[in-house]
Design a binder for this molecule. Structure first.
Ligand code: AMP
Length: 284
């Protein structure tokens, strides 16, 4: 596996791949890799001649400086994992090279960024769109792989690619979970063993909420039920930030699930200091 830190060198290498007639599958990450990330790399490997993975803890998408400071960084272990799944090029740039000067460009994604993660993490999707645009220019992928774990991010990237005509196919990939159902996340490493056991409540709540909705319980009632599940957990330092039932394409609020082709249930909660998100689709 090639390992490059310099954006120009990575760009030239990717152009060489292209000149050789090779298609490029791209997996952008922030590192601290787990099976969720590796599932994206494996899929990319199946569908392309070469796979490029990036590891960059992108400062512009963090609205909370503590979250950025505490984000796990495990480059050497990540390198070995990527090697083991046949990644061809690891691109891990330094902050100074990605942002030689503070960026001034601002994206606006309308309603897509005004709810859930966008509402609770101001500037987050602007940072995501900025870094993904830069990475697409550097890597020039044919296909780019994004996890449905970050469902809103996936929709934002689709919009970015459509509006800016990036010649990239965005491929959504299913959420990989731990045996108890907890969605894999780099942030799970920051949980204590007790918090790790409690964290499964996000997934359990989503599953139960899904069942209730499919059984005909109204969105309003299900939202009340979710609030009632989390209220007593405050004493265990578990705090619900939001639970939303949204249209699977536009993220508009859903009142009646049967008026939508796809509906996504999204949840964000703090377990101790660690903010976790998860989601489930209603009809697929
Ligand atoms: P991150 O390193 O958290 O920015 O994630 C990099 C990519 O991996 C994003 O497209 C995520 O949606 C995806 N990803 C993270 N966790 C999972 C998971 N548990 N299952 C599937 N994809 C994931």
């Amino acid at each position: 596996m090639l390992f490059l830190k310099n954006p120009q060198e990575a760009h030239l290498q990717c152009l060489t791949f292209k000149k050789e007639g090779k298609s490029i599958g791209f997996v952008p990450t922030m590192g601290a890799l787990h099976e969720g990330h590796l599932s994206l790399v494996r899929r990319a490997k199946e569908e392309n001649d070469v796979v490029v993975c990036s590891i960059f803890v992108n400062p512009t998408q963090f609205n909370d400086p503590t979250d950025l400071a505490k984000y796990p960084r495990t480059l050497e272990a990540d390198r070995r994992l990527l090697e083991s799944v046949g990644c061809d090029l690891l691109f891990a740039p330094q902050e100074q090279e990605m942002y030689p000067a503070p960026p001034v460009l601002r994206f606006s994604f309308g309603h897509l960024e005004q709810v859930m993660e966008g509402a609770h993490r101001p500037g987050h999707f602007n940072g995501v769109a900025l870094v993904v645009s830069k990475l697409f220019h550097i890597v020039q992928p044919n296909k780019a792989y994004f996890g449905q774990k970050d469902y809103q991010q996936y929709l934002i990237i689709r919009q970015l690619v459509a509006d800016l005509s990036f010649p990239v196919e965005v491929v959504p990939c299913p959420i990989v979970r731990e045996a108890d159902g907890l969605a894999m996340s780099s942030r799970n490493r920051r949980l204590t063993p007790a918090q790790r056991r409690e964290a499964v409540i996000l997934h359990q709540t989503l599953q139960e909420a899904k069942q209730r909705l499919l059984n005909g319980v109204s969105v309003e009632e299900v939202k009340k039920w979710v609030a009632s599940v989390f209220a007593p957990l405050q004493k265990k330092d578990i705090r619900l930030e939001y639970f939303e039932v949204a249209d699977g394409y536009t993220l508009s609020a859903v009142k009646d699930i049967h008026r939508h082709k796809e509906v996504v249930l999204c949840i964000a909660a703090y377990v101790g200091e660690v903010r976790l998100i998860d989601n489930v689709l209603l009809f697929s």
